[in-house]
Write a protein that binds this ligand. Structure first.
Ligand code: AMP
Length: 152
């Protein structure tokens, strides 16, 4: 295979993403208890938050939840059922569009283990993970190994 057969930079977020139906998510009005259950059961550190129309609203992670219920001397577990996901989710995360190319995706996942793909109307399309970007990069470097030696 040559470089042309693997047009890395032409890959789009659409071809790299895990599509929405395979992504675990929680909803705005879910209590933190439900979110923590999903996170622990799935083994993910964070998942997207969607509204009832499947529009992307933010991200909720284990750390955010544990910080929220951290009291002076103990975790106040009873608060898990009183607080909604909407109140504590992180909303200032970057998003991608399906048509964004590889380098845009690479830049986006430098600071985040995954980034959400959202359409013009804000509907959730899926996620691009750092793992997938590294997998593609690894494949590209292996296939084009010769390019990375200077002949010495
Ligand atoms: P991974 O690439 O599997 O290491 O995933 C990195 C992070 O992306 C996970 O910790 C989750 O926060 C998120 N993630 C990956 N796959 C999924 C999925 N199917 N559903 C929800 N979140 C996911």
């Amino acid at each position: 295979m040559n470089i042309k057969a693997l047009p890395l930079l032409q890959l789009t977020a659409e071809s790299l993403m895990i599509s929405s139906e395979k992504v675990a998510h929680v909803q705005l009005n879910n209590p933190l208890e439900h979110a923590l259950l999903i996170l622990v059961k799935s083994g993910y550190s964070a998942v997207p938050v969607l509204d009832i129309q499947y529009r992307f609203k933010g991200i909720i992670g284990k750390n955010t939840i544990l910080n929220e219920i951290l009291g002076l001397e103990r975790f106040e577990l009873e608060r898990l059922s009183d607080i909604t996901v909407e109140r504590v989710m992180i909303t200032n995360t970057p998003c991608l569009n399906k048509s964004d190319h590889f380098l845009t995706c690479l830049k986006a996942v430098m600071d985040h283990p995954f980034v959400c793909v959202v359409n013009q109307e804000g509907y959730f399309d899926g996620i691009v993970t750092r793992r997938e970007i590294l997998k593609q990069l690894n494949k590209y470097i292996h296939v084009n190994k010769d390019l990375f030696y200077d002949g010495r």
